[in-house]
Design a protein around this ligand. Sequence first.
Ligand code: NAD
Ligand code: LMR
Length: 329
Amino acid sequence: MTQPPVNVTVTGAAGQIGYALLFRIASGQLLGQDKPVRLRLLEIPQAVKAAEGTALELEDGAFPLLAGIDIYDNPKDAFDGANIALLVGARPRTKGMERGDLLEANGGIFKPQGEALNAGAADDIKVLVVGNPANTNALIAQANAPDIPAERFTAMTRLDHNRAIAQLAKKLQVPVSDVKKMTIWGNHSATQYPDIFNAEVKGENAAQAVNDQQWLENEFIPRVAKRGAEIIEVRGASSAASAASAAIDHIYDWVNGTPDGDWVSMAVPSDGSYGVPEGLISSFPVVCKNGSYEIVQGLQINDFSRARIDASVAELSEEREAVRKLGLI
Ligand code: NAD
Ligand code: LMR
C-alpha cells in the first residue's frame, strides 16, 4: 500500500444495506483499486455485537485494500477524521408506511450526526445520506454542520437513476449501457420524477425512441417512483443489495468523475437551478470532475416535466417545514 488509507465511516453497519455495502468497500469498489480504506463503523449499542460479527467476516475476506476496521457506538468518535461518510443507519420503511412517517423517527438521528461531522470530520469530507427520508435527513445533517461546505452533503437518488435506466432499457430492448443522460428530479420518494425527455438511447432522444406517452405516464414513472414499495411488497424487506450498489456508484463517480457524454443523478443542495428553492436537497443531473460535482445547466424542461418537478420539490419544501417545526434545523 503506497497511499495512506481513506477513512470511510459507515453508519448502520449491522443493517442489511451495511452487510452488502461493507464488502464492496473493502474490495476497492467504492474508491478504486489503488485506494486503501479504513472502515469506521457506527451502530447503536444494541447492534454493536452484530457489527463486530460483520467485522470478523471482513477480516476473513483478506481484502488487500482494507487497512483496518474500528467499531463505535457514538457518532463523535465514528466521524473523527472521516473522509467519506455513508449515513445508512436509520429506521427502514415497513409495509404500509410512507416516508413522511419516518421524518420524526429518523430526524433525531441526523442532528447529532451532523454535529459530530462538524466537530471531527476531515477537511475533504464527502457525505452521502442513504437512510430515509434521505433528502431531508441530509438537510438536517447539513444544517447542523455549519463549518462544512453545504455542497458536501448529498442524498442518494442513484438507485432511482439506475432503476430508471433499467426500465427504459427493458422497454426498448437495449443493453443498459446504451442509455445515457437519465435524470431523477426531486425527492427520493414516490413524487420523484424520472425524466426521459433529456435522456438518450444510442444517441437518440429517449422520449422519441419510446414514443409511447401511455407507457411513460402509467407504467414507467410510477414503476420507478414506487419501486421501493414494490421491492418491500415482493421481497418482504426494503431494497438492500441494489441500494448498496447505488451508494457505491454515487461515491465512486463523485470521487473519480462521470464519463464524458453522460451524467448521473445526485440529490444535492439546490443553488436555485431549475427553479428549485435554494438550500433544498433535491435530485438533479450532475457531472463530477476532480472530486466535485456541478449541476448540468441549460436543459429543456417541458410543461409535463415542469409540473412533476414542481410537485416533488413542493414535497421537499413541506418536509423542510416539518423538520424546522421539530427544531431539527
Ligand atoms: P436495517 O434496519 O437493516 O439497518 C439499519 C441499521 O441502522 C440497523 O442496524 C440499526 O441498528 C442502525 N441504526 C439505527 N439508528 C442508528 C444510529 N443512530 N446510528 C447508527 N446506526 C443506527 O435497514 P436497511 O435496510 O439497511 O436500510 C437503512 C436505511 O436506508 C433505511 O432508512 C432505508 O429506508 C434506507 N434506504 C434508502 C434507499 C435510497 O435509495 N436512498 C434505498 C434503500 C433503503
Ligand atoms: C427504496 O427506494 O428501495 C428505499 O428507499 C426503500 C423505501 O422505503 O422505498
